[in-house]
Design a protein around this ligand. Structure first.
Ligand SMILES: O=C(O)CCC(=O)C(=O)O
Ligand SMILES: [Fe+2]
Length: 512
């Protein structure tokens, strides 16, 4: 993202934004419908007048001569053309539905811009690749094991195909061109195409081209993009239309697996991140659940349900720490939300930051915030009285958070973080995320799936307060759901006496 865009409102980064966009489309369609009604009324009026006049056809010259020989007809003809028709002509020309036209223009000035469009394409791409979903499944509404009753229309498939083609992902581009080709023409295609263009125009050739490029690129990885494209053009130009047609039907009929077997697959195996997001990390067996009644005296009365997630580094999950009512209360306090940037606190700030969510800081004191801070103290044993603000985040579908560290040590200078490093991090999940959206620790093979009202807490530093790189973590792309979280960073200095620095523990447990 161009840093100058960091302050702009985007729809794609949060479900909240998408809800606003749905409202925008609803309003637009309302104006569009009124406009269509107004035009319809006019057409009806014109038709009514035509029917009322009921002009005879006068097929032959002779009939016409006879007609105007009647003085009443002659008079009427002249009068109509001099007095009435100019008025009808005027009526026909009168601008119509301008109020709606203006309203539509105004609404469209708030439509998603090309950045939002690209982000949305990238989000789809992220879901597709991270979870290894075939285009044919996505196009039919099958995401992982879940069948939605939504399908992607031909133009949606086509835009995905073009995006992948432009970004050089010819394998996935060919899958999406194929999906577009498999669609039946839209009902009333001719009318719609007159406005939107024909999605099938040149589509089969583009599919053939992509397949050729895919074949060439996979078989000879040393060829440059330009050479591959030139060879593909050459190949297609030399082939007869009939051969190209056969080439297309051959690959249209084959399955993804058959094509992959014939052409080979790319050399990019899934990353640890992808594997974790797919839920394929080895299952843990040596972990327990218990009630925590010791972190603070309060917990003696109201113990917290605690579930170990990992021993070293220590990661723990607390159950039922935020109620439904509190979640609603919290959302009320969350206005206005601003763009949440990826890795805004990372040591490595050389890459441009991505907009990944909408966030709000609860900076004003409220009974809710006080209650939650006390609970956070109970869960973590940390003193949070020096830093009471809470951060709320809402992720959009396809949104993610690149793997990063929460500790600041590399950049920590006097003043940049007066409370010291972020020793621990606590995420409270304020929504279910039906698919995707796990918090993931790729290096230690831990995946935590959000559960509404639960929280996860971990340390970012060793006991001696130096950074623990095993705390690397991120958020898997949300496939479906509105992912709400509360984030609390637990800083070092206020804990000076609660969690004194101690020598670092040995790291032997980890490998076992
Ligand atoms: O939302 C999450 O699960 C993690 C967010 C996170 O890592 C962060 O905000 O630093
Ligand atoms: Fe983080």
């Amino acid at each position: 993202v161009d840093p100058e865009n960091y302050g702009k409102d985007y729809y794609s980064s949060s479900v909240l934004g998408l809800v606003n966009l749905l409202e925008l489309e609803r309003k637009f369609m309302e104006e569009f419908t009124v406009h269509a009604d107004v035009m319809q009324e006019k057409v009806d009026n014109l038709q009514m007048y035509i029917d009322y006049l009921d002009r005879a056809q006068h097929e032959s010259h002779k009939e016409r001569e006879k007609f105007v020989s009647n003085p009443l007809n002659a008079y009427g003809l002249i009068r109509r053309l001099q007095q009435d028709w100019p008025k009808w002509q005027n009526y026909t020309q009168k601008p119509l539905g301008t109020a709606q036209l203006n309203a539509m223009e105004e609404l469209l000035s708030n439509a998603p811009d090309s950045y939002d469009m690209t982000e949305s394409l990238k989000s789809m791409d992220r879901i597709e690749k991270t979870y290894d979903l075939p285009a044919s499944h996505i196009a039919r509404g099958l995401l992982q094991q879940k069948q939605y009753d939504t399908q992607l229309p031909v133009r949606d498939c086509l835009a995905l195909a073009q995006h992948k083609y432009e970004t050089g992902d010819y394998i996935r581009a060919s899958m999406w061109y194929r999906e577009a080709l498999r669609h039946e023409p839209e009902p009333n295609a001719e009318l719609i195409n007159a406005v939107l263009g024909d999605p099938r125009e040149g589509l089969d050739l583009q599919f053939a081209r992509t397949m050729v490029i895919r074949g060439l690129g996979l078989s000879d990885q040393s060829m440059s993009r330009e050479t591959i494209h030139a060879s593909a053009s050459d190949f297609l130009n030399k082939s007869s239309p009939k051969d190209v047609e056969e080439f297309i039907s051959y690959y249209l009929a084959q399955s993804d697996e058959e094509i992959a077997k014939e052409m080979g697959t790319p050399q990019t195996p899934p990353t640890a991140h992808d594997i974790g997001c797919r839920g394929l990390f080895p299952k843990r067996t040596n972990l327990v659940c218990r009630y925590n009644s010791t972190t603070t005296p309060f917990l003696k009365l109201a113990p917290l349900k605690m579930e170990e997630v990992n021993h070293d580094p220590y990661i723990v999950m607390y159950h039922d720490v935020l109620s439904e009512r509190e979640i609603e209360e919290m959302k009320q306090l969350a206005e206005p939300m601003v763009n949440g940037l990826s890795g805004s606190d990372m040591a490595n700030i050389s890459e441009p930051l991505e907009i990944v969510a909408r966030v709000a800081w609860l900076v004003d004191p409220s009974p809710f915030r006080e209650r939650l801070n006390i609970r956070i103290g109970d869960m973590t044993g940390f003193d949070v009285s020096d830093f009471e603000a809470l951060q709320l985040a809402n992720f959009g579908v396809g949104s993610y958070f690149k793997a990063h560290y929460d500790y600041l040590t590399d950049r920590l200078t006097e003043g940049s973080s007066p409370l010291g490093d972020r020793t621990g991090s606590l995420i409270i999940y304020a929504s279910e995320v039906p698919q995707g959206g796990a918090t993931i620790f790729p290096d230690i093979q831990v995946t935590v799936q959000p559960q509404k009202g639960n929280s996860v807490f971990w340390y970012n530093t060793f006991d001696d307060s130096t950074p623990d790189p095993r705390s690397l973590h991120g958020v898997c792309p949300v496939i479906a759901g509105s992912r709400w979280t509360v984030t609390k960073w637990l800083h070092q200095w206020p804990q000076m006496f609660l969690k004194p620095c101690s020598p670092r523990r040995q790291l032997v447990e980890r490998k076992s």
